[in-house]
Design a protein around this ligand. Structure first.
Ligand SMILES: Cc1ncc(COP(=O)(O)O)c(C=O)c1O
Length: 416
């Protein structure tokens, strides 16, 4: 029997109240308030009031060059991509109101999976509602309790969350270190399931993985390999298939993960593979089954974009030119960059600390330039970065203008 409460006990309970579950975030609230009290604009609350093109928007009332989007190939305003979306919205309505395995697979979901199979020349493609869900779903479904996931320590949050959801044993290794990967692989018990998870381009520093060696070492040690090509699809490799294509190991990778929210210019995530049993994943992968399918307009736009990216050789060449020009220019100005050479469309400018990083970010915004302010836990080694992501639609003149903005802001804040 539950003993009756005395009057005092009841009162105490009411005074104490529940434990505030948000209290653990007090240090983050404090850091943000200190930053804003210094008078800087909030770097995490920017509103694009009007988007004029893949490279220009009106932000906080200013005409601004965009150098902090993932719109690498500039497909967001491609007339064919927009037209395909409009037509599908008229033909199929605004949304699916259902899961892919029930009422949520429309003509264009099938078509975008066909476009992906063509793009990668692979047997199977499965589309998710975001890239985050693709990693969450595929990793957690492939590797469960008793299996091992060996991953680069700088892996994206969606990869770590996929590992946590599947409850496999997680074995991290030092960033881009082939020897460290090999050592970890050799320590795993014989007969255990092993999945090595890598990224083509690491999104914070913009550096590329030595996939050729890593895939070889993984295969020699009996592991399956998954590569997240979120930041390389569309741009890197002769056909834009990513770093695995560029380094000649696409056929040895078991699963490629990607997203539509970067080079494709829409939203959605995917996995492609040649594994003969791949289709079973549609029935057992919870982040695929238990969520609504993307609207048909997004699927039609994505399929059109992917097919156009197959013939994007000229755009890829211009984007490489932009990357080299910006990297060379920033280096000449005296900025410290994340990589010694331009390796991708991402160029990370290393800031001395969060305070000066935020000041520099704001000075650039006032010049009319938007870049990403990136800070821990998203960044490696506690760094504050101004992350620049180039677009194939940036003109050479825009890149020169951007360099002038960096020079003035860098001198004003005392970074160069
Ligand atoms: C490496 C990597 N994987 C996955 C994702 C998630 O993609 P999405 O934005 O489609 O959820 C991102 C997003 O930035 C990423 O950088």
């Amino acid at each position: 029997m539950i003993p009756a409460m005395t009057e005092t006990e009841t009162t105490n309970e009411m005074v104490t109240g529940p434990v505030d579950l948000l209290a653990k975030f007090d240090p983050i609230i404090q850091t943000r308030e200190t930053l804003l009290a210094a008078g800087v604009e909030d770097p995490f609350n920017l509103v694009m009031e009007q988007v004029l093109s893949p490279t220009r928007a009106i932000c906080n009332g200013r005409d601004t060059i965009l150098l902090g989007t993932y719109n690498y190939m500039g497909m967001t305003f491609d007339p064919d991509v927009i037209e395909a979306g409009k037509q599908a919205m008229e033909d199929f309505g605004a949304g699916t109101t259902g899961s892919r395995v029930l009422n949520g697979t429309f003509r264009d979901h099938r078509d975008v999976e066909t476009a992906l199979r063509e793009f990668y020349a692979m047997d199977h493609a499965m589309v998710f509602s975001t890239g985050y869900q693709a990693n969450l779903g595929i990793i957690s479904t492939l590797a469960g309790k008793g299996d091992y996931i060996i991953l680069d320590i700088d892996s994206h949050a969606s990869i770590y969350d996929g590992c946590a959801m599947g409850k496999a044993e997680v074995v991290p290794f030092r960033h881009n270190d082939v020897e460290a990967l090999e050592k970890r692989l050799k320590r795993i018990p014989d007969g255990a399931g092993k999945l090595v998870v890598l990224e083509g381009v690491y999104s914070m520093m913009g550096d590329v993985a030595p996939l050729k060696e890593m895939v070889r070492v993984s295969k020699e040690n009996g592991a399956m390999v998954l590569v997240d090509e979120a930041h390389s699809m569309g741009f890197i490799g002769e056909h834009g298939r990513g770093v695995a294509e560029e380094q000649g190991v696409l056929d040895d990778v078991d699963f490629i993960i990607g997203t539509f929210s970067k080079s494709v210019g829409t939203v959605g995530g995917f996995c492609v593979s040649n594994h003969p049993k791949f289709e079973v994943l549609r029935l057992v992968c919870r982040p695929y089954v238990f969520t609504a399918a993307l609207p048909p307009s997004v699927m039609a736009s994505s399929a059109t974009s992917i097919r156009k990216l197959m013939h994007g050789g000229n755009k890829r060449a211009h984007l490489w030119e932009n990357s080299r020009r910006l990297h060379g220019g920033l280096t000449a100005l005296g900025f410290k960059l994340g990589t010694e050479t331009p390796q991708s469309a991402i160029i990370a400018v290393i800031m001395p600390d969060l305070e000066r990083g935020a000041m520099m970010w704001e000075a650039l915004l006032k010049e009319g330039l938007y870049v990403n302010l990136a800070r821990p836990p998203a960044t490696p080694a506690g760094m504050t970065l101004l992350r620049c992501s180039l677009c194939a639609e940036h003109s050479s003149e825009q890149v020169e203008t951007i360099l002038g903005m960096f020079e003035r802001a860098g001198k004003a804040i005392g970074i160069i």
